[in-house]
Design a protein around this ligand. Structure first.
Ligand SMILES: C[S@@+](CC[C@H](N)C(=O)[O-])C[C@H]1O[C@@H](n2cnc3c(N)ncnc32)[C@H](O)[C@@H]1O
Ligand SMILES: *[C@@H]1O[C@H](CO)[C@@H](O)[C@H](O)[C@H]1NC(C)=O
Ligand SMILES: *[C@@H]1O[C@H](CO)[C@@H](O)[C@H](O)[C@H]1NC(C)=O
Length: 249
């Protein structure tokens, strides 16, 4: 999630630039931003690296009509995750928190025909928005949407004997359960598999979180736990709202 909302298509790429540059800055407001303030170097990066499948573009524009569109993953971050998926030849992925399906579709498109994305989502309204786009992109058979709480799906996958078989997990649902999602994900992925965790910087609020701010405290505690965790290789990236990449040893 990045703290931007849009009125106009032309400011979309500007938004994630602000999400980038806004990371860690307490003055970041999350309001609509004007083009005049954009760092030209970051603008250059966006202009010269973003590639987006046409159906992803359509889904992104549809999602921007939703009042919670700030939850959608940023295009540059999605593209990074697609490339990680290609890099490790991932064919089995899980998304914990699908929303309208931007990243589930993104991951499915980055996988071969045999690929499978288990997408966890509790809100049927979002699933209804997502599915026609999966079909339009011709990957509806690759995306297995589980309409129930994510923890139940993860437990079901483990009970079905799928522990140690997944290549990639993206954690992007309720922050309260992040630590539990991480532990389940570690169980579900293979050695060399990747767990990507979104919003680990929480708009900069993980730096000295306020005593009343339990979400920021929880994310900060998880970040510090992963720093010491010998079960993984670790990178914390400042892309989007902060993205942790954990590779299972
Ligand atoms: C930040 S959004 C996900 C954005 C998405 N990854 C994307 O690519 O645009 C979080 C989603 O998690 C869902 N969610 C929250 N708690 C959940 C739970 N316990 N189980 C399953 N889904 C949950 C919410 O309904 C919401 O759609
Ligand atoms: C990036 O693209 C926008 C829209 O086409 C353009 O206005 C802007 O000048 C470009 N900036 C750079 C640094 O390439
Ligand atoms: C991925 O698959 C390609 C083509 O099959 C192969 O050449 C490459 O070594 C594989 N990479 C990994 C990391 O498995």
């Amino acid at each position: 999630m990045c703290g931007c909302s849009f009125l106009d298509i032309s400011v979309i790429s500007i938004c994630f630039i602000f999400c980038w540059s806004g990371v860690g800055k307490s003055a970041f407001t999350g309001k609509i931003h004007g083009i005049e303030n954009v760092d030209p170097v970051l603008q250059y990066v966006a202009n010269n690296s973003l590639r987006e499948h046409p159906v992803l573009t359509k889904l992104r524009l549809r999602t921007l009509e939703d009042q919670w569109s700030t939850m959608m993953v940023a295009s540059d971050q999605a593209q990074l995750m697609a490339n990680l998926i290609r890099l490790i030849n991932a064919t089995k992925a899980i998304e914990i928190g699908m929303y309208t399906g931007y990243n589930a579709l993104n991951m499915a498109l980055a996988m071969p025909e045999s690929g499978r994305v288990v997408a966890c989502e509790i809100e049927s309204t979002y699933i209804d928005i997502a599915k026609p786009f999966f079909k339009e992109a011709g990957v509806e058979n690759k995306i297995d949407v589980r309409h129930q709480i994510a923890m139940k799906t993860l437990d079901e996958l483990i009970a079905a004997g799928e522990a140690g078989t997944f290549d990639f997990v993206f954690i992007d649902a309720d922050k309260f359960n992040y630590d539990r999602y991480y532990e389940k994900s570690l169980e579900l992925i293979r050695k060399g598999g990747i767990i990507a965790i979104d919003n680990v910087l929480w708009n900069g609020k993980v730096v000295n979180p306020a005593p009343s701010d339990l979400t920021s405290q929880g994310l900060d505690a998880l970040n510090k736990k992963l720093h010491k965790d010998q079960r993984i290789e670790l990178s914390m990236l400042t892309v989007g709202d902060g993205l942790t990449i954990a590779i299972k040893r």
